[in-house]
Design a protein. Sequence first.
Length: 160
Amino acid sequence: MAVVDEAAVLRCAALGIAPLRALLEPLGLQISAVADGTDIPGSYWGDSEAGLIGATLYLRADTPVHSALHEACHWLCADSARRQKLHTNAGGEDVEEHAVCYLQCRLADRLAGYSQARCFADMDAWGYNFRLGSTAAWFAQDADDAIAWLARRWPDGLPS
């Protein structure tokens, strides 16, 4: 992924790990903080990007909050059989990736100290690329496939 403005994104150090734990651990995903300067286990992109192995989300202080949410949403979107095998590459088809992006934007409003608007801005600054030119425009106008995928995954509503 081409990072456009790395300095513009909110990092886990600024948010703190407690809000991520409060949101994600009740859903079954454990958070593991990694020491600064060490590689993040299970990180697909490397550098400061969050990592995912099984039911554990790995992050460092410099991990972007949107990256932590993104990997968490990969875990949430996987069925139980795939969750057990998750290691670095969450896999899934293109529409599932769209669903992951949509879900991370939805969960951003549930994350204390973060917001959907901030998530949109962070994703744009990080270099996410959507047809309509911005994450917010995609979310509002072009995410029907993601919404439909999520509705099939959770017919009774998104995880809370």
